[in-house]
Design a protein around this ligand. Structure first.
Ligand code: PDD
Length: 289
């Protein structure tokens, strides 16, 4: 039994729907031995997947980037996820789908093994949307060096750098980290970071140094629709220090303001006007699903 999860929830593993507590993979799975796999996290609102096509497209790109051969069409991925959603205890609730594919099970050898089947796993768990405190009071963050590898655009399960970064935030008593490589902002431990200065919304360019979140283009579009100028460009540590607003986005955090950074107030120390506009737009899209 695993604490903190519903052990009776039904998950998908390699063609079967099983109780979570009964779903097992080999210790020689390359996901376990090498972190040799990729994943997706998709939010589901009242039973309706949000931006599922974009998540499946990113899954396919990740698979291609790491050369895991699996001939699933978008429709097959959708069917698999729908199978898990249909078996959820409360299919109409807010849920979070986790989908993971590893290269499969083989004798330990760094080289790709021949003739093995990838391991495919999918589960849905209850998803609590960010509450009033986080939305209205905001989050705190510190800066840390980005110590990760150079293929951060791949949604790999090799997340040790991200895990250590998140723990650095917890150890410092804050909510999140902003990572910097060579003096420039990359992203949070598991979220994209946004900077506002003089009414302009900015984010680091979506290159190999960050994961392009599904909310990256979405938020940029919400900004454009609201008449807020958006720039994707390198953002220095100094610019972050003097930002009017900071915010983050991810599947589970949606969009949230960062109001304390390295112990100082960001802007007025409360959620700013650009955040408020984007937050309201985000909520409207969710409500209209
Ligand atoms: N993380 N950058 C990193 C490193 C991430 O891990 C994530 C998401 C994002 C935002 O991507 P999206 O908007 O598609 O959620 C950016 C997920 C939620 C996770 O690992 O749980």
């Amino acid at each position: 039994m695993i604490a903190g999860v519903d052990n009776n929830s039904i998950v998908y593993l390699n063609g079967e729907y099983l109780r979570l507590a009964d779903a097992k993979v080999s210790v020689l799975d390359r996901g376990f031995v090498f972190g040799d796999g990729i994943y997706e996290v998709v939010p589901i609102y009242n039973g309706k997947p949000f931006r599922m096509h974009q998540h499946i497209a990113r899954l396919q790109r990740s698979l291609q980037s790491v050369r895991i051969d699996i001939e699933y069409t978008e429709a097959q991925w959708m069917a698999l996820v729908e199978g898990v959603l249909a078996r959820a205890e409360q299919p109409q609730a807010n849920l979070m789908v986790y989908l993971q594919v590893t290269r499969g099970v083989a004798k330990r050898d760094h080289a790709f093994p021949a003739g093995i089947e990838p391991t495919v796993f999918c589960m849905a768990s209850p998803f609590a949307r960010p509450g009033t405190a986080q939305r209205e009071r905001g989050l705190s963050a510190i800066s840390v060096p980005d110590t990760r590898w150079l293929l951060c655009h791949i949604k790999s399960v090799s997340l040790l750098g991200n895990v250590l970064a998140k723990q650095a935030a917890i150890d410092a008593g804050v909510d999140e980290v902003l990572q910097f490589r060579d003096g420039f902002l990359t992203e949070g431990s598991s979220c994209n970071i946004w900077v506002v200065k003089n009414g302009v919304l900015m984010a680091p360019e979506a290159n190999h140094l960050i994961l392009e979140g599904i909310r990256y283009r979405f938020l940029a579009q919400l900004a454009r629709d609201a008449g807020i100028p958006f720039q994707a460009r390198p953002i220095s540590a100094e610019e972050v220090n003097v930002a009017d607003e900071l915010m983050l986005t991810s599947a589970t955090k949606e969009v949230l303001p960062i109001v304390q950074y390295n112990g100082n107030s960001v802007g007025a120390g409360k959620p700013g006007p650009v955040y408020s506009v984007l937050r309201a737009s985000y909520d409207r899209v969710i409500e209209s699903l």
